[in-house]
Design a protein around this ligand. Sequence first.
Ligand SMILES: Cc1ncc(COP(=O)(O)O)c(C=O)c1O
Length: 399
Amino acid sequence: MPVAPHIKELMSSSSFIRKMFEEGIRLKAQYGDDKVYDFSIGNPDLEPPKEVKASLARIAASPKTGLHGYMPNAGYPETRAAMAAKVSQEQGVAIDFSYAIMGTGAAGAMNAALKAVLSPGDEVLVPSPFFPEYAHYARNHGGSLKPIPSKEDFSLDVPVIAAAITAKTAAIIINSPNNPSGKIYSNEDIASLAAALKAAEAKTGRQVLVIADEPYREIVYGGRKVAPIFPAIPCSVVVSSFAKNLSLPGERIGYCVVNPACPGAKELADAIIFTTRVIGYVNAPATFQRVVAECWNAPVDYSSYDRRRAALTAVLKDAGIEYNEPEGAFYLFCKVPPRKASTGPETDAEFCDQLQKHRVLGVPGTGFGRSGWFRLAYCVSEATIKNSAESFRAARAEW
Ligand SMILES: Cc1ncc(COP(=O)(O)O)c(C=O)c1O
C-alpha cells in the first residue's frame, strides 16, 4: 500500500532480466534443469580462483580482533592502495591510494559517483545499447539517463554524443567491453570523445564527468586490450568490481578510482567518500575488502568463455540467427530474424517468447535501448549451449 506510484510503475516495466531469470527457475522446476537453456543473466559460472578461498580461510581463522567493525567510509587503506595500483597499471598513470574509494559492487560505486555530481534535472548520457540499471542509477539521484545510439558496429558515434551535450549534462557512462554488445571502444574512439568533451566544455562552461564502467575489462578475446581513458580524458573516474573477473558478484565488492588529473580531483574523491555514506552503504564489505587487497591480481583462465563464445556462435549460425561478434565480456547480441510470413513488425519480445516456447531464455534488446535485437549470456555450461542447438533451430524454423 505505501509503495510510491512511480516505484510500482518501474517495478512492472523494467525488471525484464530478473523476470527471465525467475521464468528460468520456473521452467527448470517443470521440465528439469537439463531441458531448459537459460541465457538470461550474466552470473559467471567459473568458480573464484583458489587464492580467494585461501585468503578467505586465512581471514576467518585470524586471531586478530575488530575485523568486522566499521571503518573509514572509503575503505581500508591497504585495499585502497591495491585498487590504486590495479588502476595505475590499467590506465598507465600513477595513482595515489587517496583517489580510490571502495564500493558495494560496481553498482554501489557508480551510485556514489553519480550522487556526487548530479543536481536535480541533470542528464547522464550513455551510448546505447547499455546496461539497463543505469537508468535507475541516474534517477536515484535526481537525474535522467539519455541514451545515444551507437554506430551500426556498436562503436561510439562521437558527433551524435557531442551534439547531445548541453549545460544539463553531468556525466557520460562508457562501458567497455560493453554489456550487451561485447564491443570494446578503440583508442581512436576515446581520443575523439576526449576532443568532443573539450569542445563541449568550451561551449557550455560545464565539465562532464566520464564514468568508465569496467567490470569486464579482463574478459577479452583475441588478445585485445581495453583503451585507458585517464590519459585522454582528465575529468574521469573508473568504476569496477570483482563480480565478473573473479566471479564474486554476490560479495558486492567494487571500487571507484578518480583520475588524479581531474580538476578538483581531491574534492571529487572526498565527495564520493561522503556519498558512499549518505546513500547508506557506509563502507564496502569488510571481509571482501581484505580478500581483494590480497587477490586482485590472482591469475584466472578466461579461455572457457572464449570456447563458449565459439560454441554458441556455431549454434546460432546453424539456426540461421545473426549476431554481433563480441570482443569482450560474455554476451552475444543477436538480431531478431525476419519472420517467414510477416504479419507486421516483429518485436524482440515476441522472438524471446518464441525462444521460450522452446525452453530457451534470452532477453529482449528493447530493455538495453536497442529494439530488434536480443541478448544471450553465455556464462553457462558447454553442455547447455550444445544441447540448446535443436531448440534454436526449431524456434527459428517456426518463426
Ligand atoms: C555493465 C555492468 N555494469 C555494472 C554491473 C554491476 O556490477 P556489480 O555486480 O559489481 O555491481 C553489471 C552487472 O552485470 C554490468 O553488466
